[in-house]
Design a protein around this ligand. Structure first.
Ligand SMILES: Nc1ncnc2c1ncn2[C@@H]1O[C@H](COP(=O)(O)OP(=O)(O)OP(=O)(O)O)[C@@H](O)[C@H]1O
Length: 213
């Protein structure tokens, strides 16, 4: 199996505080990776690093063998939900999804409808996102990250705000996405959820990443 994403000796200090300390990791196609760790341990920062949103002090990230450069176009499209998905509140869910997919010319109506149905948002798709609950926004964020069939999907705390039933739906959908060969990296402090679906679990602690025992 080819290695899809590699993180090599990646270190970053922000305002005098080391937030990533010599992180090494490899992520392969068709697998789900879980990164668990307490608040502030550096999980979000690692996802940001993979996307090229921060500039390393040392080390690098490669996607399909190509270097990720700070603030540049990524070597391939990546589906991402990091922190708050940036939706326009005064537009409907569908308008937001169409707009975001339009940026990459990647709108797939059938897949988008399927995901809206799976996550129970089909009947709310023409409502303004401003009227959405926290959980609904979260689900819309996950749909947006998946709808373009990006080979690499990065999800930061994707089940925050989801009720029990919706968590189950999310976990099942992740397994379905894995079958399609996607590389899925999920950061979460819900280790019980990740335990159920992840092929590989990492623990993040104080900026250091280790295989989870
Ligand atoms: N803009 C910033 N300026 C200074 N420090 C920051 C900034 N963003 C993050 N940090 C610090 O980086 C460290 C790692 O933060 P990060 O958001 O990656 O944690 P996390 O593991 O995702 O936490 P959570 O579970 O709360 O989302 C924290 O100590 C945080 O205070």
């Amino acid at each position: 199996m080819t290695t899809h994403v590699t993180v090599t000796d990646y270190s970053k200090t922000i305002k005098g505080k080391p937030v990533l300390r010599g992180v090494n990791a490899a992520f392969e196609h068709g697998r789900i990776y879980g990164i668990v760790g307490p608040n502030g341990s550096g999980k979000t920062m690692l996802l940001r690093a993979i996307c090229g949103f921060i500039r390393p002090d040392r080390g690098h990230v490669e996607i399909n063998g190509q270097r990720v450069e700070f603030n540049r176009r990524l070597p391939e499209p990546v589906g991402v939900v990091i922190e708050n998905p940036g939706f326009v509140n005064s537009e409907t869910a569908m308008q937001n999804l169409r707009y975001l997919a339009g940026i990459n010319h990647a709108y797939d109506g059938r897949e988008t409808q399927r995901l809206l149905r799976v996550f129970g948002l089909e009947e709310h798709r023409d409502e303004k996102v401003g009227s959405y609950s926290l959980g609904m926004r979260q689900k819309l964020g996950v749909i947006q990250a998946l709808m373009e069939h990006q080979p690499l999907v990065l999800l930061d705390e994707p089940t925050n705000g989801l009720d029990e039933r919706s968590v189950e739906v999310f976990l099942e959908e992740m397994l379905r996405q894995r079958e399609q060969g996607r590389t899925i990296i999920i950061a979460s402090h819900h280790s019980d959820e990740l335990n159920r679906i992840a092929d590989v679990l990492y623990a993040m602690g104080d900026g250091e990443l280790r295989p989870k025992a």
